[in-house]
Design a protein around this ligand. Structure first.
Ligand code: ZN
Length: 236
């Protein structure tokens, strides 16, 4: 008969080799592509909502994978307690060990739980890495004031990595990015600053020269802060 370690180890190895999270490069068409929604969806299958439940497509709630295995493990332990009482009632000494069947089931469940928990850790790590990467890419003004914009539906939504919105008071496009020193400035003023900044920047360019970014321009004294209370209330 297989020992306890054997059952656990062989089950663990088997489950781990099937895991698409722990073996992300398994060949074959069934392999999931781990983009952010896929990562979140697998995490949901594993953890469920705040109470450990997942909602199926039929609308019914059921335990997520990790809580359901935890519950099965708790059930076996409960069964063992019942088994002890039964043996006592039958006039036998209280058994110290589980029956081989119970033990086997328990070891298999423990292996399953460990693989699920490893998946959970890996998925969380992937999510964190992706979030950090996105934040790095969106760092405002990282490349300077080069007027590199992004449009959505014909409207400017990002400029040099800064979030752009419409001023609720006057309707101008403004920088509304709390991470930018120009938060509250309208884009027209910003573009004026950028033009001067970029001209300075170009002067540092030349063959064999490493271009040097000039310091970020300061707020012009007369420029309106569109997010100031004074401005927001002025046009109402
Ligand atoms: Zn305004």
């Amino acid at each position: 008969m297989k020992t306890k370690e054997d059952i656990y180890q062989s089950e663990y190895k088997k489950l781990k080799s099937f895991s698409e999270v722990l073996n992300p490069r398994i060949a074959g068409s069934s392999t999931r592509f781990w983009d952010t929604p896929a990562i979140k969806s697998r995490l949901y299958e594993l953890e469920g909502d705040s109470e450990g439940y997942i909602k199926g497509s039929d609308g019914f709630k059921s335990l997520a994978l990790i809580p359901s295995v935890e519950e099965a493990i708790a059930k076996i332990s409960g069964d063992f307690e019942k088994y002890k009482i039964k043996r006592l009632k039958q006039g036998f000494a209280e058994p110290e060990k589980m029956t081989p069947e119970m033990k086997k089931e328990l070891e298999k469940l423990k292996a399953q739980l460990d693989v699920y928990k490893e998946e959970e850790q890996v998925l969380k790590k992937w999510l964190k890495e992706r979030k950090e990467k996105t934040e790095r890419l969106r760092q405002p003004l990282r490349g300077g004031l080069v007027q590199s914009g992004r449009l959505s539906g014909g409207e400017l939504v990002e400029l040099d990595g800064q979030i752009i919105e419409t001023c609720p008071a006057c309707g101008l496009k403004i920088i509304s990015d709390p991470d930018s020193i120009y938060c509250g400035m309208d884009v027209i003023t910003y573009r004026r600053l950028a033009k001067t900044w970029y001209a300075e920047y170009c002067k540092t360019m030349g063959i064999g020269k490493k271009p040097k970014k000039p310091p970020l321009p300061e707020w012009p004294q007369d420029a309106v802060n569109h997010l100031s209370q004074k401005h927001l209330q002025s046009k109402k």
